[in-house]
Design a protein around this ligand. Structure first.
Ligand code: NAP
Length: 287
């Protein structure tokens, strides 16, 4: 059997088109969704991410404001900027690009963003809502994973899902979302004993480990749905996922490629969150 390949490029493009249409409708009512992006320092990868977010805003019609701050900016100054943006009615979403320089306390900064403008879905208020199944602003990569599965018409309810990785940005939130979709969820991490046996029992495997080709063909059961979150840069410059795609795709029923699977979903879901935030702040739903 050769797996169906879940096309994250196509699905993310569909979502961006949906956001674009809805943004146009909001603008007709005089509401212009607006995202403020804060970048601190000169990290090359962060600069690329921020550029791609701006491009997606241009495409969807969402206004973007960009704040590029010096590497050595004081924590207080960054907090002052966040406070200003929190208080501006014309700004619906605030995103602080991570990682931040070492002298700035990341958790402290994320706590300062007003939960209703927290389009990354990292504020404890929003992660709390996620854990009771009521989140509106869901973390983008995990929410994108659920969209990939749902839009491929794969049933989640009643399935055994195994998430490999328990990070706050991927592993934990995606496990909460799978639970909300009525999967029976097991979360594995570096201390998990007999991990191969656990993965072998999974109908749905989500790999968010950060180790190239961690998931091998003999670890997954026939017909499993395999979602690869990993983005690992190899020494030869190539990108590799956390799954041995070439061999696992001979056994899985559905699989995401790297690149072109989960990767493009993150920004698409960010655009969706900006739209949801703008609607909620203009009387169109709760956050
Ligand atoms: P992370 O914070 O480094 O977390 C990795 C997780 O994997 C940890 O929970 C760790 O366990 C677990 N782990 C490490 N070695 C393991 C092993 N041998 N067996 C089982 N579990 C093990 O990584 P992350 O931020 O979640 O990211 C994971 C991957 O996804 C990375 O490749 C990252 O680049 C990628 N990513 C992609 C996107 C996107 O597509 N847009 C977004 C975010 C991340 P412990 O907790 O016990 O240490």
């Amino acid at each position: 059997m050769l797996a169906n390949i879940i096309d994250g490029k196509k699905i993310s493009a569909d979502i961006k088109d949906e956001v674009k249409n809805e943004t146009a409708k909001l603008k007709e009512k005089g509401i212009e969704p607006c995202l403020a992006v804060i970048l601190v320092g000169n990290d090359a990868a962060s600069q690329v991410y921020v550029r791609n977010k701006k491009k997606a805003c241009e495409y969807t019609g969402i206004k973007s404001l960009s704040y590029e701050l010096d590497e050595d900016i004081k924590e207080d100054e960054l907090i002052k900027l966040i406070d200003e943006l929190n208080n501006r009615d014309d700004v619906n979403g605030i995103l602080v690009q991570l990682p931040l320089p070492k002298h700035i306390d990341e958790q402290k900064i994320l706590l300062k963003i007003k939960p209703s403008k927290d389009v990354d879905g990292f504020h404890p208020y929003n992660t709390g809502l996620l854990s009771i199944g009521k989140a509106v602003l869901k973390p983008c990569t995990p929410a994108g994973i659920i969209e990939l599965i749902n839009r491929s018409n794969i049933e989640i309810s009643g399935k055994n899902a195994v998430v490999i990785g328990r990070s706050n940005i991927v592993g934990k939130p995606v496990s909460m979302l799978l639970l909300s979709e009525n999967a029976t969820v097991t979360v594995c991490h570096s201390k998990t004993k007999d991990i191969n046996k656990t993965i072998k029992n999974a109908d749905i495997v989500v790999a968010a480990v950060g180790i190239p080709y961690f998931v091998k063909e003999d670890m997954v059961k026939d017909g499993a749905v395999v979602i690869d979150v990993g983005i690992n840069r190899l020494e030869n410059g190539h990108l590799a996922g956390d799954v041995d795609f070439e061999n696992v795709s001979k056994k899985a029923s559905y699989i995401t490629p790297v690149p072109g699977g989960v990767g493009p979903m993150t920004i698409a879901m960010l655009m969706k969150n900006c739209l949801l935030a703008a609607k909620a702040q203009n009387g169109g739903g709760d956050i």
